[in-house]
Design a protein around this ligand. Sequence first.
Ligand code: ASP
Length: 462
Amino acid sequence: MTDSRPGLALHWKVLIALAMGVLLGAAIHEFWTASTWSRFGVGNSADFRAFRPNPANDAAGAAAVVIRFAADLNDFVGRLFLQALRFIAVPIVLFSLIIAVAGVGDLRKIGRIGLKTLLCFGATLVIAVTIAVVLGKVVAPGTFVTAQTRAHILAQYAGEATQRVATAHQLKDQGVWAYLLGIIPTNPFNAFANAQMMQVVASAFLLGIGLTLIPRERSAPVVAFCEGVTEAVMALVRLIMFFAPLAVFCLIVQFVASVGVGALKSVLVYCLCVIGGLAIVLFLEYPALMYALTPRQNRMTPGRFFRGMAPAMTLAFSSSSSSATLPVTIQCARDRLGVPSDIVNFVCPIGTTLNMDGTAFYQVISVLFLAQLYGVDLTLAQHATVGVMSAVVAVGTPGLPGASVIMMAIVLESVGIPTEGVAIILAVDRVLDMCRTIVNVSGDAVACVVVAGTEKAAVQSK
Ligand code: ASP
């Protein structure tokens, strides 16, 4: 999403809100003690905050009530933002995936190119996710949290964690066949109503395939309807993101005020882990793949690729949306990299919806980080589950700002990690979103170059 209003761009506002929230939260954590409460007539702050009657709080004055109201309002705004993002998760996955799969209906006409495109998306995704699992395990960003901070967070979410682990165990005990069968819902409306995302994804794929099998004049109105709904939902995303600076401020104040800045130090290691890993995908994985898969006489050198894609990468960074960047991605791949337009026009739109290496990478690191933070000891098989689930979920993630955060709960739930951890991630999400969107957009151009190369289509030097 491009911020068309004059003044500061949205990502700067979010960054400033983030910094202000950290400062205020740290100040509250440091200086607001039990004796501060008692100055306002509050003897037991926990009971006072929870509206529980306690004679120790009988002397609480109007100032104490106003402070409690401000704290509750802060909490409400943060939660409302998260809830609004959850609200759009089901419709956006359902309708944008139906459009994408119905679009792949052309696959039967273009056959070979379509298959190569999907194989290329799959290959880059598998490599990116593998790098993420290894990096997340080796660096272990969640272990940089101090024992005290971790204990605080664990105590706060202990009940939730136990419940999630139990659910995950139930899922694991179910067996692979039952799990696979469960992906296809017996009643898709049930899946939508209960936000069963894997089932929503499966329903969208099946409906999309169904649409490609009926005459075009019958499917066109349905696809147009899905496009209309997707546009409306995207407008809602823009509206919700308008409040992102305020919401990020509220969430981070509440988080830092309750756990202190110590926890943010661990978030810093996590951020560096995400950004460093995305750089490995962008500057090592992609050039290596293009080198290996493009014909020698027309090899795409890293310098030529990054120079050509610079405008799209810059827009991806500032908009945090691969959908918004799509027209520029197409223009860069075609006019600056010299990939034939029939390949660019096929690969880029599908890639914007399905090819999300940066998103998958980010989800793996984030989920491993939260597992380490909550002390959930993942087995080797669960690491694999995180990788596979992140890859699958990334395919269903729309190219919109902050979309990963909405989808992350599915991966978290698959291995029994409290979904509330998303609040910790959200505090720094905007910056990481800008970085992973660059990878998402570049990945689409890599697929264009590779498919054109294997097709022996002339990639013209510019
Ligand atoms: N913002 C990303 C994109 O548009 C999606 C995500 O949140 O990972 O590609």
